[in-house]
Design a protein around this ligand. Structure first.
Ligand SMILES: NC(=O)c1ccc[n+]([C@@H]2O[C@H](COP(=O)([O-])OP(=O)(O)OC[C@H]3O[C@@H](n4cnc5c(N)ncnc54)[C@H](OP(=O)(O)O)[C@@H]3O)[C@@H](O)[C@H]2O)c1
Length: 323
């Protein structure tokens, strides 16, 4: 089968399309014919060897897929021909993949395979972050950084679906403003001067939750934008720099900085992701959770797909399709 492989740590341009052996499903695994694969920031980091998960090269990257079941265990909830989405962690940029059944989810016929491939990583992360880590309360106000990106658009939709009264999106361009509005943000503000804009929009009160997949130099102003009892969710560092925090700020304002590592949590709690998928299912059916597909590439052009994330050009979810 055809697959994309990381063969060195020289960045996204260095990924290679190769012919490789088809995977053989182990006990408890579902074999999936991949129709679409999500392109995610962790894979970009992996091309440079800068992600916490660093398998020996060469290997096939790809955190998430959607496709059709080609084989399933005899006692499986899935049968050959079922439409599914799956969180694979690696291996998704390929024509076929074998995934543990606990990380395979039913995919409604209302969604395209591209939309299905865009759901597992970002929407389950957003749900874990907002509901399990920040304990979002109905009626709260949520600020989302990187709001036109994959995690950002998911966080906007999950926050609204689970009761946030107001979602304020932070973006860096007019094009990205349009993306954030289209997925349901109530307000969109530019990253430059966002702290003053938040103060104006909240009458000086601040927000209850900040979703931060970006990090970098905006971190302190994010803390200053929190209301009393506010929580800042540390999700990623697309800006490059890992911020530090002076903990007196937390004490003085009764605020919290909360770490979020969904993948590690889901892998060590095998039933968790399926429970989350069930919690999201009615919102997926209603259309409240519907990933925006910003760009689609054939498998062989994975390097170009990864470059859109690297160059800060990606909006919504980037996918590989027609696999
Ligand atoms: N903790 C977890 O469990 C978990 C799970 C999934 C993903 N993540 C992490 O979440 C982060 C976001 O992933 P994503 O898929 O949403 O990425 P994405 O679609 O590329 O979006 C990232 C956003 O970051 C902003 N950004 C600021 N500076 C940037 C820079 N120098 N380069 C690129 N983007 C920059 C951009 O928004 P503006 O241009 O509007 O500023 C961009 O839209 C990644 O670090 C990823 O590893 C963490």
């Amino acid at each position: 089968m055809r697959a994309i492989m990381i063969t060195s740590y020289e960045g996204p341009d260095a990924v290679e399309a190769r012919d490789v052996e088809e995977p053989q499903p182990a006990s408890g695994q579902v074999l999936i014919d991949v129709k679409a694969a999500g392109v995610s920031f962790p894979e970009l980091l992996q091309t440079r060897g800068r992600y916490q998960l660093k398998p020996p090269v060469p290997y096939i990257p790809g955190s998430e897929v959607a496709g059709i079941v080609a084989a399933a265990p005899a006692d499986s909830a899935f049968a050959v021909g079922d439409r599914v989405a799956a969180f694979s962690m690696i291996g998704g940029y390929a024509e076929r993949i074998a995934v543990n059944e606990s990380s395979v989810f039913p995919l409604s016929g209302d969604l395209t395979f591209a939309e299905g491939a865009a759901l597992p990583l970002n929407y389950l992360t957003a749900h874990f972050a907002l509901l399990h880590r920040a304990h979002l309360i109905s009626g709260e106000t949520v600020l989302v950084h990187g709001a036109a990106g994959g995690v950002g658009t998911a966080a906007i939709q999950v926050a609204k679906a689970f009761g946030a009264a107001t979602v304020i999106a932070v973006v860096s361009s007019e094009e990205k403003r349009g993306v954030a509005l289209a997925v349901g943000a109530d307000e969109v503000i530019m990253v430059d001067g966002f702290r003053d804009a938040v103060a104006t929009l909240t009458d000086g009160r601040g927000v209850d939750v900040v979703v931060d997949p970006v990090g970098g130099d905006r971190f302190t102003d994010s803390l200053r934008s929190l209301a009393t009892d506010g929580r800042l969710l540390v999700i990623g560092f697309t800006a490059g720099d890992i911020p530090t925090v002076q903990v007196n700020r937390l004490l003085l304002n009764n605020i919290s900085v909360v770490g979020v590592a969904w993948g590690g949590y889901a892998l060590s709690h095998p039933d968790f992701a399926a429970e989350q998928w069930s919690a999201l299912a009615s919102h997926i059916s209603s259309g409240a959770l519907r990933p925006p597909i910003g760009a689609s590439f054939p498998l062989e052009r994975a390097a170009e797909a990864l470059a859109t994330l690297d160059e800060r050009r990606a909006t919504g979810k980037v996918v590989l399709e027609g696999i």
